[in-house]
Design a protein around this ligand. Sequence first.
Ligand SMILES: Nc1nc2c(ncn2[C@@H]2O[C@H](COP(=O)(O)OP(=O)(O)OP(=O)(O)O)[C@@H](O)[C@H]2O)c(=O)[nH]1
Ligand SMILES: [Mg+2]
Ligand SMILES: [Zn+2]
Length: 391
Amino acid sequence: MFIKRIEIRFTMAKKKKFRADFRKNREDRPRTSDWTRRWRQHGFEDESPPQSERISGKGEIARRRTVRGEQLDQSETPGLGIHLDVDESVCRPGRVLSVLGLHSTVEDASGNIYQCATRRLLKTLATEQRHVVAVGDRVRFRPVEGTDSPEGLIERVEPRHGCLCRTVRGRQHIIVANVDRLAIVVSAAEPRLKPNLIDRLLMAAEKGGVRPLICINKIDLVDPAGLQPLAGVYGRMGYEVLLLSAKTGFGVERLRRALMGRETVVAGQSGVGKSSLLNVVDPSFQLHIQPVSEETEKGKHTTTTARLLPLAGGGFVVDTPGMRRFQPWDVTAEEVPGFFRDLRPYEHLCRFPNCTHTHEDQCAVKNAVADGRLDERRYESYCHLLSGDGD
Ligand SMILES: Nc1nc2c(ncn2[C@@H]2O[C@H](COP(=O)(O)OP(=O)(O)OP(=O)(O)O)[C@@H](O)[C@H]2O)c(=O)[nH]1
Ligand SMILES: [Mg+2]
Ligand SMILES: [Zn+2]
C-alpha cells in the first residue's frame, strides 16, 4: 500500500493558531487505484485537496495551510502533535473500540456505535504512526447524516495517556491507548515460555505509563514448582505475577479481580491463551480460539484485531493479536537500564558515567551479575535488547 510521508514544521509554536508546512518527502507516485476506489466507496472524505494545495514548486514545501489548535508535548501524548480545534456543536466525544483498515468503530457516551472514517488532515499530521487512530482512543467525531447505518468522521484524537507502542517497519504502532494496565500473557509450555518477551513488554509498560501484570498461563502442562524461580525474579522487582490455567480455571478468580474496574490491554505471543483466559473471565465474550500447531507449537494468529471489551463489573479489557516479536518504540540505549527495575540501582555506580554495562571495566551491573545479586538471564535479556535484535 502506498504510504505518505510528510514532514511538518511549525512556524509558530504553542498558540492557538499556527501555520504548518506540509513538506513532501516522497516521489510523485500515484495512489494505487484500489486505494482511491476504497476512499470513494466509503464516501466520508471531506477534504480532497483543493487545487491551491498542489505542489507550489517553492523549495520542498508541498502545501501550507493554517490549522487551529494547540501544540502538544510529544513525550506526554504519543503520536499526537496538535490538539486541533473542532466545531464542538457538531462533534461528539467517543471511544474507539476497534480499528480495521481505514475504519474505526466508535462508541458515543450513550452507547451508540458508529463506523467512522478519519479526517484527512489528521492523517497528514501523523507523520510517524502506522495508523492515526488507535484502539482505546478518545476522539471527537462528527456523525454523518443520511446514511442507513450510523457513520461518522473522526475530527480529532484527544491527548493520550497509558499507551502500548511498538515499532513496525520503522513506524510507530500504537497497539492501544488510554489503558492503565498491561497484562503480559505467556504460556508455561506450548508455545515455549519466552522470558525475553516479558522483559520487552515490561519495558514498554514502564515507558508507556501502564502498570504491568505478568500472567503465566497453561500451568496445567508443567510442574508449577519449576516456574517459581522465574516468578520470584519478577516478584522481587515488585511486579505482580499470576500463575494461571484457562483449562482448569486455576488462578482465574485472581485474574478477574485484577481486571475488574480497570482498563487493561492483554498482550503476548500467539497461542499462549489470551483469548481463552478472557473467555473464562467472561464467557459472554465468545472470543475465537484455535489450537496451536502440533509440529511447531506455535499459535495460529487467531485474534486478528485488537478490540475493546467491556467488563460486566466496570472497566474493560483489550484482546490483541499475538505478536511474534516486540520492538519497542522510541527508547534510546541510555534509557533502557532505567526501564529495567533490577538494573536501575546499579547503573549509576559504574566507573564510566556513560557505561552501557556490556564491555566496560568496573561495571557495577556486571559485578552484580557476577556475585548473584542480579539475575543472569535478565542481564542477558538486557544485552539482547541493546543489540537491537527483534526478539
Ligand atoms: N493446556 C492448556 N491449553 C490452553 C490453556 N489456555 C489456552 N489453551 C489452548 O491454547 C490454544 C490457543 O489459545 P488462544 O486463546 O486462541 O490463544 P491466543 O493467545 O488468543 O492466540 P492468538 O489469538 O493467536 O494471539 C487453544 O487451543 C486453547 O485451548 C491452558 O491454560 N491450558
Ligand atoms: Mg486470541
Ligand atoms: Zn556499567
